[in-house]
Design a protein around this ligand. Structure first.
Ligand SMILES: C[S@@+](CC[C@H](N)C(=O)[O-])C[C@H]1O[C@@H](n2cnc3c(N)ncnc32)[C@H](O)[C@@H]1O
Length: 213
C-alpha cells in the first residue's frame, strides 16, 4: 500500500513529529517561520506577570524559549524534546541564554518528564500534543510538575472543525495524527485535574487551551 507520497516527502512529514538528521533540521528551521504568528498570538493572550519558571514541552528549535528569554530576564527557561535533533537545534538557537544560565534544554518524553513535582509555574506545549502517545498521560505528568496555581498552555494551529476538514485531513494523513476538537481537549484536560479554559480563533482554526492547577 502507498500513501501517494515520494520517499523524500514521507521523510519530511515523519520529521515533523520527530525531527531527525538533516531533514529534521530543515523542518525545524521552517517551523520557526511558520509558527511565529501563532506564538505571537499566544503571547498576546497569556498573562505572564506572575510567571518565572517555564517549561516548553516539545520545544523543537526552542524559538518560544528564545522569544521569552528576550522578553524578560525574570524567566528561568527549560526546553524538553524527545528528538536529539530538536535538542541540538534548540541548544544552538538558545546558546546566548544558555551561556547566561537562563535556559537549559533536555532530551526527554512528555510521558516521563525528568523533573521533580511542583517545579514550574507555566508549561507550554505548542504544536506538539497530537504527536504524544497518550494525551491524558502526558497531561497527568505536566500537572505533576506544575506548582499549585501554575498554568498549562496548549496551542495548536488546527482543531477538528467541519470548515477545515479537508485541509486538516490532509495533514492528519501526512503526519499520522488526529486533531481533537475543543470539547475533547477540554474533557481530557479536566480529566487530568486542570481547571480549563478554551479559546479559538475560528477564522484561522487556531486553538489555545489554558489549564490551571
Ligand atoms: C511540530 S514540532 C513543534 C516544535 C515547537 N513547539 C514549535 O512550535 O516550533 C513538534 C515537536 O514535538 C516533539 N515531540 C513529539 N512527541 C514528543 C513527546 N512524546 N515528548 C516530547 N516531545 C515530543 C518533536 O520532537 C518536535 O520537536
Amino acid at each position: 500500500m502507498t500513501d501517494g507520497h515520494s520517499p523524500p516527502m514521507r521523510g519530511l512529514f515523519n520529521s515533523i513529529g520527530h525531527p531527525r538528521g538533516l531533514t529534521g533540521r530543515f523542518v525545524l528551521h521552517k517551523m520557526v517561520k511558520g509558527h511565529g504568528p501563532l506564538l505571537r498570538w499566544v503571547l498576546e493572550i497569556i498573562d505572564l506577570k506572575s510567571v518565572t519558571r517555564i517549561l516548553d514541552v516539545g520545544c523543537g528549535r526552542g524559538e518560544s524559549l528564545r522569544m521569552l528569554g528576550n522578553m524578560s530576564s525574570k524567566f528561568e527557561l527549560t526546553g524538553l524534546d524527545i528528538s536529539d535533533t530538536s535538542v541540538a537545534s534548540a541548544k544552538r538557537n538558545c546558546r546566548n541564554l544558555i551561556s547566561m544560565d537562563r535556559c537549559r534544554i533536555v532530551q526527554g518524553e512528555v510521558d516521563t518528564l525528568p523533573f521533580d513535582d511542583n517545579q514550574f509555574n507555566m508549561v507550554l506545549a505548542i504544536e506538539t500534543y497530537f504527536f504524544w502517545p497518550d494525551l491524558g498521560h502526558g497531561l497527568d505528568e505536566i500537572h505533576r510538575v506544575l506548582t499549585p496555581g501554575g498554568r498549562f498552555i496548549l496551542v495548536s494551529e488546527a482543531y477538528d472543525h467541519p470548515a477545515f476538514k479537508e485541509r486538516n485531513g490532509l495533514w492528519e494523513k501526512r503526519c499520522d495524527i488526529r486533531f481533537l476538537g475543543p470539547e475533547e481537549i477540554e474533557a481530557t484536560m479536566i480529566g487530568s485535574g486542570f481547571d480549563t479554559e478554551i479559546m479559538v480563533d475560528e477564522e484561522r482554526n487556531w486553538i489555545l487551551a489554558i489549564g490551571r492547577v
